[in-house]
Design a protein around this ligand. Structure first.
Ligand SMILES: [Zn+2]
Ligand SMILES: [Zn+2]
Length: 282
């Protein structure tokens, strides 16, 4: 029975009809695999003319017993190798219903072959020729306007000017192919000279023999004595825990750093002490 070419895909109405432009594959179970089901996708073709593209496949629920096929020339045959249940599931998939139960079928390779990957290099090559022609024409016009006498040099410049957009295009294509982001290309101009580094204040102090300003007490209430005193009164400081506690806390911090494996760096106070000792020894 010939398949009428105007039948539309409508799985809900029982019309499981598709025109597959690329090759169509059904799957057969791989007998070599005993512990796990594996499938071998197999291409179908017209038994008369061996056409394997542009085939039409049809199955009408309640009417047909098997999937029927037709090639572009008009040969029709009963395609018993395509499982009816799988064909109907594939038609539902093509109609936009992705059923979890049938995902394995698509993964196994059942259905129309995927389109070939776009050959980016070839496409770009064609585009590059067009761009080069256009660029060359433009560059020629530009240069002809400017100079007519120095013909030899102009020829070279024409080539360079024409190839510049091509080079940019190829670079972009290469990056697209690599799936990456355009790297930041170093500019041809030399980098601006860096401003001279300003030495730290301590260097100036050292050079001019200026003493670093002394730090005031940490606790302004008790001047780091730990006690608040007034004529006739001496009570523990309410703002800090006193010098003994501060020393303990500092020791604890140092110990903690040592436990974490960090190197002990000389504290500001110790360095100041060094400076003082050095200046006094002179
Ligand atoms: Zn045929
Ligand atoms: Zn205090």
């Amino acid at each position: 029975m010939p398949i009428s070419p105007w039948r539309a895909l409508s799985p809900d109405d029982g019309d499981h009809y598709l025109l597959v432009e690329r090759r169509f594959r059904y799957v057969i179970e791989d007998p070599e695999h005993t512990w796990r089901r594996a499938w071998i996708p197999t291409v179908i073709a017209c038994p008369v003319c061996e056409a394997d593209t542009g085939l039409r496949l049809a199955y009408k629920s309640g009417v047909d017993a098997v999937v029927e096929a037709a090639c572009p020339v008009g040969h029709t045959w009963v395609e018993g190798r395509v499982d009816v249940l799988q064909w109907m599931a594939y038609c539902r998939f093509r109609a936009g219903r992705h059923e979890a139960d049938w995902l394995w079928l698509i993964e196994a390779g059942f259905g129309e072959e995927p389109p070939p990957p776009i050959d980016l290099v070839e496409e770009v090559g064609k585009a590059a020729v067009d761009v080069a022609k256009y660029g060359r024409r433009k560059a020629r016009a530009k240069i002809r306007r400017k100079v007519r006498s120095t013909k030899k040099r102009v020829g070279k410049r024409v080539r360079n000017e024409a190839m510049r957009p091509v080079a940019a295009l190829l670079r972009t294509a290469w990056i697209m192919q690599a799936g990456g982001v355009e790297p930041i290309t170093a500019s041809r101009r030399p980098a601006k000279p860096k401003a001279p580094k300003t030495p730290p204040v301590s260097a100036y102090r050292k050079a001019y023999g200026v003493q670093a300003p002394k730090k005031g007490p940490k606790c302004l209430v008790c001047q780091d004595t730990g006690r608040m005193t007034a004529p006739g009164i001496s009570v523990p400081c309410v703002e800090c825990d006193g010098p003994a506690a501060a020393a303990l806390a500092a020791a604890e911090r140092r110990a903690e750093r040592a436990r974490q494996g960090k190197h002990e760096r000389p504290t500001e106070r110790a360095r100041q002490g060094d400076d003082e000792r050095r200046t006094t020894s002179k």
